[in-house]
Design a protein around this ligand. Structure first.
Ligand code: SAM
Length: 279
């Protein structure tokens, strides 16, 4: 067990800084004051972050920490912090580590005994979720689906029974293809496209998947989040109740297979759920 107090000292501390997802006015006072204190900024795209900071009148030294060099660059970052330098990491938009580099960096920093803290800001999926109108009490963030259709389908099959609101990131050139895949694999459900969040063209499109697939792709420009209602068909029936009913039918002389079939019909739940419990 380790206990790290983020505010105990400014040494040996790595800041992960959330950046605007489109609207520069979302830069906070804390963002500015922490960045001003830093000696060096590690960035996913040094040009991008350089231009953000120059708009804020801040000039800093940078180095690049991207997906393809995350391990190596995090070693460099850790050495700088060990030498007493103040370093923050920023990805291109939103939070590092959310469909962006950051996870390996945090792992490596913690292993090296460096404390990790965040500077809060927007994340596309949180903005999209809270305004979507879909349930926010339980949700599952999936991020990007694989580009290959077969792999994407396989991942979606595994999400079929999730009751939580499901959240995807998607690119505009693939959106209609992805919506069709979602409809085919998950069935018709309520869905929301949240696009261009925090920007002048921000738009929420709410409907059923069968309606959204009919949208004209040329009207769906920019960055977007896709949210899908969880599986509403899965009833709130406890595992204990299922197992005791299967036990009952087995005592009556039914085989495992037949008991599963009868219980699935009786409780109107998928056979797979019972199979997982019984086998
Ligand atoms: N780290 C980011 C975060 O915390 O949200 C996500 C980075 S990921 C590489 C980029 C994807 O996030 C985009 O393809 C899009 O799906 C989503 N995204 C980013 N900015 C957005 C915006 N302003 N509106 C809608 N979606 C956005």
């Amino acid at each position: 067990m380790t206990k790290d107090k983020s505010f105990s000292s400014k040494n040996n501390l790595l800041y992960l800084v959330a950046t605007p997802i489109g609207n520069l006015n979302e830069v906070s006072e804390r963002f500015i004051s922490v960045i001003k204190e830093m000696d060096i900024i590690a960035a996913e795209d040094t040009r991008n972050t350089g231009s953000l900071l120059s708009k804020l009148g801040i000039s800093k030294d940078f180095f690049s920490l991207r997906e393809h060099n995350e391990n190596q660059a995090s070693e460099h970052l850790i050495n700088l912090i060990k030498e007493g330098k103040k370093v923050a990491y920023m990805s291109d938009a939103g939070y590092p580590g959310i469909s962006d580099p950051g996870y390996l960096l945090v792992q490596n920093a913690l292993k090296a005994g460096i404390r990790v803290s965040t500077i809060s800001g927007p994340s596309a999926f949180i903005n999209a979720l809270v305004a979507s109108g879909l349930p926010t009490n339980h949700f599952y963030f999936h991020g990007f689906l694989p580009a290959k259709e077969g792999e994407a389908k396989k991942e979606l099959e595994e999400l079929k029974e999730k009751k939580e609101t499901i959240i995807f990131y998607e690119a505009p050139h693939r959106i209609i293809k992805t919506l069709n895949l979602l409809l085919n694999v998950l069935g018709n459900r309520k869905a929301v496209i949240a696009r261009e969040l925090t920007k002048i063209n921000e738009e929420y499109i709410r409907g059923d998947l069968s309606e959204l697939v009919e949208l004209d792709e040329t009207t769906l420009k920019g960055e977007m989040v896709v949210l899908i209602e969880g599986n509403k068909e899965i009833k709130d029936i406890s595992d204990k109740k299922i197992l005791s009913l299967v036990g009952y039918y087995k005592k009556q002389g039914l085989s495992n297979k037949d008991s599963i079939e009868v219980v699935a019909k009786e409780l109107q739940i998928p056979k797979n759920r019972i199979k997982k419990l019984v086998l």
